[in-house]
Design a binder for this molecule. Structure first.
Ligand code: HEM
Ligand code: HEM
Length: 199
């Protein structure tokens, strides 16, 4: 007997998605805020170390998330979604994952080659790389460039989800949330009527 395909992500995937989403958005805000602070009296350094500590934790959670994702495939997308949208969704999701790895990794490597040890929630981490202003500069540029790409991807991702919620009303958000999924409305009706997707 065939088991029906899942229509939503696993509870673990959902929990990791929302944990990482909230943490990453908070970390973006903290990052942009802390770089504006005056570099006097050690105040900025404290916030930098908090940013580094939270960023390392996010990086570890992302590894967990990637491990989970690689062993638990995404639920198949509903049949009405056209092929090109399936492809773009894969590209956007894959690129979000790439940013989620590149951003903490570049931050961590860049911070490991400065003369200041990373203070992980107050505890200095052992030095594992020699000091190198050149590597630090490259890592800072990668950190920043990946952040710009990440923000664009989040805008596309959230815009797409909002379109599914407000226009298509096809229950896509419920694939990543808790509680019962409503019956798909707009597209189910279109499919029955044999019409094409409006996009
Ligand atoms: C998801 C994780 C992270 C996000 C979203 C994030 C975001 C940001 C943002 C928005 C900035 C300000 C823009 C800029 O100047 O580049 C910044 C700066 C910075 N971040 Fe992160 N960051 C993350 C992880 C990390 C980690 C793990 C470290 C180090 C262990 C780190 C170290 C730094 C440093 C040192 C700066 C100051 C600018 C520089 O020296 O490059 N970040 N980050
Ligand atoms: C920093 C913010 C966010 C990041 C990094 C992020 C990342 C991702 C990634 C990588 C996936 C693909 C999951 C997989 O197949 O493994 C995904 C799916 C999803 N995300 Fe986000 N997300 C963020 C914010 C949001 C927000 C704010 C919403 C709601 C408005 C949202 C709703 C969804 C939904 C509904 C899916 C499932 C899409 C589908 O079924 O194809 N995400 N997200």
């Amino acid at each position: 007997m065939n088991t029906p395909s899942p229509t939503a992500y696993t509870p673990t995937a959902k929990a990791l998605h929302w944990l990482v989403a909230v943490a990453a958005l908070g970390q973006l805000a903290l990052g942009f805020w802390m770089v504006q602070l005056p570099n006097t009296g050690g105040g900025q350094a404290q916030w930098f170390n908090l940013h580094k500590s939270i960023g390392i934790v996010i990086g570890l959670v992302i590894l967990l998330r990637l491990g989970w994702r690689l062993t638990h495939p995404a639920p198949p997308l509903p049949g009405h979604i056209p092929a090109w949208q399936r492809t773009t969704a894969k590209i956007v999701h894959g690129s979000l994952y790439a940013c989620l790895v590149i951003i903490p990794l570049s931050g961590f490597i860049g911070s490991s080659v400065t003369k200041y040890p990373i203070r992980f929630f107050g505890h200095p981490l052992p030095r594992w790389m020699a000091e190198s202003p050149a590597i630090k500069e490259v890592c800072s540029q990668i950190h920043f460039a990946a952040i710009v790409v990440f923000i664009l991807l989040i805008a596309i991702h959230v815009g797409k989800v909002l379109k599914h919620v407000l226009i298509d009303r096809d229950g896509t958000l419920h694939r990543m949330t808790w509680g019962g999924a409503p019956a798909p409305k707009a597209n189910a009706a279109k499919e029955l009527a044999g019409s094409k997707s409006p996009i």
